[in-house]
Design a protein around this ligand. Structure first.
Ligand code: NAD
Length: 259
């Protein structure tokens, strides 16, 4: 299928690895020029070189922390007029409800709620002016079904989801869509780190912890960054203009709900 977005330009945050990289690769395959971001320059440059070589698109890089204002200023200096924005950042650490204090919540809100809101505020005006734009926020299945040990994530992402629910309806008349993608467990560094937490907590080895978590998924496996990226590229395509303010769950059936 021709996604109809060849020649568009996208900012994909937190994209040197994992789900962000999957989104960047699928957009590049559709002919979209990219601004990539991650905190560490080495992995970022390696990913940029790989995508340039594979897809022949222009790939710019900005190594910075998207959760900080300085980082976002650096991003916006390069990407202020993009057509597509994919918001992403690392997720907060796991714990117990009684662990977290105000500073922990502020850090989670900065990364997983206020950073994407701030980038939307900065980049939506250009999309509105030109009458076309696409915004994807990578959130989590925890928005639909809470993950008790990820209380910081549950809280911050619920806030972002509420903001998107209203804002997406306000910008839709201008040809701009905002949607959220809700990953269940995907095979990325984040999954390895959460598997490691389970293995330590239960005194089992990493493979056993992974198998235990895979058994909770009807598809009996973790998702891949490539599958996730393909959905992202479709939501950014010309075919997805009627999909507004939705929360698309990609979890192999893990959330046991009728709708
Ligand atoms: P990951 O931890 O593997 O992230 C990798 C990328 O994010 C790297 O490129 C890293 O440099 C970049 N990054 C992290 N924090 C950043 C920051 N503050 N500024 C700039 N770059 C930053 O994560 P992932 O597994 O790809 O997940 C992406 C998002 O989806 C995370 O918020 C995660 O919590 C969420 N999520 C993931 C899963 C999963 O199973 N992988 C499930 C549910 C939710």
């Amino acid at each position: 299928m021709d996604l109809g977005i060849k020649g568009k330009r996208a900012l994909v945050c937190a994209s040197s690895k994992g789900l962000g990289r999957g989104c960047a690769a699928a957009l590049a395959e559709a002919g979209v020029d990219l601004v990539l971001n991650a905190r560490g320059a080495d992995a970022l440059e390696a990913t940029a070189a790989d995508l340039r070589a594979k897809y022949g698109v222009t790939v710019e890089t900005v190594a910075c922390d998207v959760a900080t204002q300085e980082g976002r200023d650096a991003l916006l200096a390069v990407a202020k007029d993009v057509d597509i924005l994919v918001n992403n950042a690392g997720g907060p650490p796991p714990g117990v409800w009684s662990d977290w204090d105000r500073d922990d919540f502020i850090a989670a809100l900065d990364a997983n709620m206020l950073a994407p809101i701030s980038l939307m505020k900065a980049l939506l005006p250009h999309m509105i002016d030109q009458g076309w734009g696409r915004v994807i926020n990578i959130t989590s299945g925890s928005v639909k079904a809470p993950i008790p040990q990820l209380g910081l994530s549950n809280a911050a992402r619920a806030g972002l989801t509420g903001y998107v629910a209203g804002t997406s309806r306000q910008v839709a008349p201008n040809g701009v869509t905002i949607n959220n993608m809700l990953p269940g467990i995907h095979a990325t560094d984040r999954a390895v780190s959460l598997d490691t937490g389970v293995s330590k907590a239960q005194g089992i080895d990493l493979a056993a912890a992974t198998a235990q978590r895979q058994a909770t998924i009807p598809a009996r496996r973790y998702g891949t960054a490539e599958e996730f990226g393909a959905m992202c590229a479709f939501l950014c395509s010309q075919h997805a203009g009627f999909i507004v303010g939705q929360n698309i769950v990609l979890d192999g059936g893990a959330i046991n709900a009728t709708i």
